[in-house]
Design a protein around this ligand. Sequence first.
Ligand code: PEP
Ligand code: MN
Length: 338
Amino acid sequence: MIIKLKNNISDLDFKRIENFFIKRGLKLKDASSNEVKLIGVIGDTKSIMESDIMALEGVEHITRIQVPYKKASKVFKPTPTIIDVSGIKIGGDNFVVMAGPCSVESEEQILEVAEACKKAGAQILRGGAFKPRTSPYAFQGLKLEGLDLLLKAKEKTGMPIITEIPSVDLIPRFVKDVDIIQVGARNMQNYQLLKALGEIDKPILLKRGLSATYDEWLMAVEYILAGGNEKVILCERGIRTFESYTRNTLDLQAVLAAKELSHLPVIVDPSHASGRYEMVPQLAKASLAVGADGLIIEVHNNPEFALSDGAQSLKPEKFSILMKELKELAPYFKREIK
Ligand code: PEP
Ligand code: MN
């Protein structure tokens, strides 16, 4: 960390700044020239907040050299993390496709969609049992009954399942029955939940928050990693912008940035990003091209009557065509769809 001091800093303020760092076990190195007063802070500064340093009189500017997300950072673990979910690799050469309905709605619905997704070549089944909805009057999911139905679909198809966890109290049940626990965009900064998920041994899919910067997203991941759970998959699902034609704006650069900054696998959700089924196939292919490790896509057998997110759901036939195209394209990007 480098601190630029005010040119007119008093000796007393300088001493106070020195003490601030020395008390925290850090060393200082003077790097001043005739024009600027600079000090280098040497040691592990991740637990020091910029705002605390800026509160010291005489400090003008702070530049961090090391990232504050140590465990998520590639600097500290240069080899890419590959997560194994019942033999399916997430990260590495495999391009993973997770697919299924936004919400689990009934036994017939989830079984039919699961079979169709499996037939088309999806590896993992998605389905929301607990639904975070903007309106409290909208369908909130079948909750535990939805989870039971997902388990039936898993048994029938052999596909591992991913579903969203709404709160800490459900962790024991999710650990028992779910293969990948999804943290939704709205919960990306629910630090109690993230901390609790850090203590379990189960893959977590962490969606990027609606307006989260890359730093905020990676700091959220850090909460899980810091607890000891190193199985985290990042998911870019579109962010809030000024555009209203689409539901969100897919930030494909986020895939590049997250893969540059961290060692974790990164997948894309083109369904929530666009909110429009007709855009999903092209965005899915663009995600493969840009280097994502996979996709999570909403598929529904009857989108017109879906209880949530019908407008962004692909019908099974369209999903099947997309899977064929992805399989053909994957080798051009040194990927495989198994
Ligand atoms: C979902 O996957 O259905 C969902 C609610 O996603 P997000 O948290 O990205 O909005
Ligand atoms: Mn949805």
